[in-house]
Design a protein around this ligand. Structure first.
Ligand code: COA
Length: 698
């Protein structure tokens, strides 16, 4: 797929310039100087010869077949040039030229024209507004980058050309190998997802690395990422904002979904390893490209000084890694050659005067321990340490075993050459211990991901038809929100228990309703304009007598009239007061790129303050529902603290799956939430105390 971009038989540089220092000149120079073996055709109507090559006035004049076109002519000429590429049967073009969508409305117009022309002409495009494409294995450097990285197994795509340059520069400085470099530019045609697929199929690429600011089709991205991530690590740094976060949110769920929740959920559900900084992106790439995956979370640390050992141990504590107690035989063996004041337990401190030989023996001994799944070796470059010798010794052992070994030779100047030695032997070295720990942790999590059984999905009864009329009525009446009785009906149909409720329009009706339901009761204002009732004092709980109900009616209705004089008040709802249980929130929200998401979190009035929530994209699998409950801080509270009995977590999970089904059934739902959902003791279920639904066009 997209083969001509990476392994073309010949390349035409359209806009090849005669002037050194101009982009069109540097691209041609890069293609020639980095050893591309196919034919190269410079195209420029004004020139005869550039860099020793015959120049053609137009693509149409080039005699041979052309595999790839690299375009660097001014923006107004690009569409025409692409049309000519189509006439010549070229199916792949990298467009370097800027001045399109990124530059405003005129540029957007040009880009739309370009896309149309490319489609009509059968030409696929990378760019425009990009740095170009590099393939170290086929020796294609169709870019104006200042260099060519070593051959390697990391495939990198980036929406930012500047980031490409920065990553390339570091790769050159540290001799880090890459398989492919793809600067995506405006992604007018070929998307991140297309490139991910191409890299997944590429035998030279072992690790896929990406920088994105957004994706065009969230669903396809997830589908493709889920397939790829089971075969190759897919590490992505995501920045920027999604448009969904910008829209005003009328529910807690919408407000809490924020800008990043959808990407975070999508990455988790499709096995993407998320890097949170450029440094982390690089660190992870080095670990994944060079070392085997750990089979489990058990890690051993070897160090020549106490502090870094503790720093690494602390970082492990914050991660999924575990500092494993070493076997007695391992400790006994370490005692035979380490000085008596060394520390024989994990972290193993082999002291500041450790020689290369001591490092080698200690590492060899520790990796014999079957309990150890991976080792982090730390080195502080003291005056007595033979840093390079130690690097070689560690590399020797690392190449003998099939468990990951990561190092942190700390600092810069004294460890520069040893870091290159380690890299040469595929042992990633990090400036600081925490980086080694977080990289090994990412590998450990990835191992868990690839070992995960396939997801399983719930089969729920088809209930849609039973409440379709409600949604249709709301739309016909041009309303955005379902009324309280409508919400009640929808939730009841989908199997949610709700408190007994009666509607009252007068104080007398309220008292009668309370008597029928039985004390204590809750009273809530009913008004289509009031979304968050408690914010304006529209709820009273624990009303125990006729008098309390009468007073509450007066209180609530006058307060609401004072605060929101224009609100239409339909009356109050008298509700059975459910005692006990824990309050959670569950909800549906819609993201512009990924569609419906389900939210779970700590409920009640502190929802937006504590923000203890998790999100997943619909449809939710059983595993998604379980994980999203577990990853909140609320989870241990639901499990029960200080002798409390466990809450009905299974019922929450089921509720999340039902909401997911509801979102599938009704694409018109923009936001919905049940808050609070009262969770009773294990086996006793949940009760939807309050809920709201907002719908829009689907
Ligand atoms: N076919 C072939 N060659 C053509 C041509 C055509 N239709 N029209 C013009 N040319 C030639 C010109 O003769 C010129 O050659 P010369 O330098 O030998 O005179 C060459 O193409 C370049 O044209 P020129 O008009 O001088 O443009 P330029 O070099 O100043 O700028 C770009 C062209 C593409 C570099 C510029 O428009 C641009 O987009 N720069 C920014 C690129 C960028 O930042 N990309 C994103 C990176 S992340």
């Amino acid at each position: 797929m997209l083969n001509n971009f990476f392994n073309p038989k010949s390349i035409a540089v359209i806009g090849a310039s005669r002037t050194p220092g101009k982009i069109g000149y540097d691209i041609l120079k890069n293609i020639i100087q980095y050893g591309y073996k196919g034919a190269v055709y410079p195209v420029n109507p004004e020139a005869q010869e550039i860099l020793g090559l015959k120049v053609y006035p137009s693509t149409l004049d080039v005699p041979g077949e052309i595999g790839l076109a690299v375009v660097a002519v001014p923006p107004q000429k690009v569409s025409e040039v692409i049309g000519q590429c189509g006439d010549r049967g070229i199916d792949a073009a990298v467009i370097i030229t800027a001045g399109f969508r990124e530059s405003g409305s005129e540029g957007t117009k040009l880009e739309n024209e370009l896309v149309k022309r490319a489609k009509e002409s059968g030409v696929r495009i990378i760019g425009p507004n990009c740095l170009g494409v590099i393939d170290t294995h086929s020796r294609v450097n169709a870019s104006f980058a200042a260099g060519m990285p070593n051959k390697g197994s990391i495939g990198f795509f980036s929406q930012s050309g500047a980031l490409c340059i920065a990553v390339l520069d570091r790769a050159l400085a540290e001799d880090i190998g890459f398989s492919k470099f793809i600067s995506m530019g405006n992604k007018a045609d070929i998307s991140d997802t297309d490139i991910m697929l191409a890299l997944a199929e590429d035998d030279n690429t072992k690790v896929i690395l990406g920088y994105i600011e957004g994706v065009n089709d969230g669903r396809r991205f997830m589908e493709v990422a889920s397939q790829i991530s089971k075969k190759k690590p897919l590490i992505i740094l995501k920045s920027g904002i999604t448009s969904s976060g910008a829209k005003a949110a009328s529910s807690h769920t919408g407000a809490l979904a924020g800008r990043e929740a959808a990407f975070d959920a999508a990455f988790k559900q499709s096995g993407v390893i998320r890097a949170h900084s450029v440094g982390e992106l690089f660190n992870y790439a080095l670990a994944f490209a060079n070392q085997p995956l750990p089979e489990g979370p058990n890690v051993a640390i070897i160090t020549n000084s106490g502090g870094p050992g503790i720093i690494a141990a602390d970082a492990c504590e914050r991660s999924d890694l575990q500092l494993v107690p070493l076997h007695k035989e391992t400790v006994d063996e370490l005692r035979t050659f380490l000085p008596p004041v060394a520390s024989f337990y994990n972290p193993v401190d082999i002291l500041g005067d450790a020689t290369a030989e001591r490092y080698e023996k200690a590492l060899y001994t520790v990796v014999q321990d079957e309990k150890v799944n991976g080792v982090i070796v730390l080195l502080t470059p003291t005056a007595v340490v033979n840093v390079e010798g130690t690097a070689k010794a560690i590399a020797n052992i690392a190449n003998l075993i099939d468990r990951p070994i990561l190092t942190s030779f700390m600092g810069r100047k004294s460890v520069e050459s040893s870091s290159k030695i380690l890299m040469k032997y595929n042992v990633p070295n990090y400036s600081y211990p925490e980086e080694a720990v977080s990289s090994l942790n990412a590998m450990c999590r990835y191992q868990v991901w690839i070992n995960r059984p396939d997801k399983t999905y719930a089969r729920l009864d088809d209930l849609k038809e039973k409440v379709l009329h409600i949604f249709e009525k709301v739309r016909e009446e041009k309303r955005e929100r379902l009324s309280e009785p409508e919400v009640y009906e929808v939730l009841k149909t989908y199997g949610f228990l709700q408190p007994k409720s009666l509607w009252a329009r007068t104080s007398e009706e309220a008292v009668a309703a309370a008597k029928r339901i039985g004390y204590p009761v809750v009273m809530k204002i009913i008004s289509p304009q009031i979304v968050h009732k408690s914010d304006i004092g529209g709820i009273k709980i624990n009303l125990n007598s006729k008098k309390e109900v009468g007073d509450a009616f007066f209180d609530i209705t006058t307060r609401v009239k004072d605060i929101m004089p224009t609100a239409t008040i339909y009356g109050v709802m008298i509700q059975e007061m459910i005692l006990g249980g824990k309050e959670v929130i569950i909800g549906i929200t819609k993201d512009a790129q990924f569609g419906h998401m389900i939210m779970f979190g700590l409920g009640g009035i502190y929802v937006e303050v504590l923000k203890d929530t998790s999100f997943r994209i619909v449809p939710l699998s059983h595993e998604d529902a379980r994980e999203m409950i577990r990853e909140t801080k609320t989870f241990p509270i639901l499990r029960g603290v200080r002798g409390e009995t466990e809450a009905d977590i299974a019922a929450i999970k089921k509720s999340l799956l039902i909401l997911s089904q509801m979102a599938l059934d009704f694409p018109q739902i923009i936001e919905a939430e049940i808050n609070p959902l009262l969770v009773k003791k294990r086996g006793e279920g949940v009760v939807a105390i309050d809920a709201r639904f907002t719908i829009g066009g689907d």
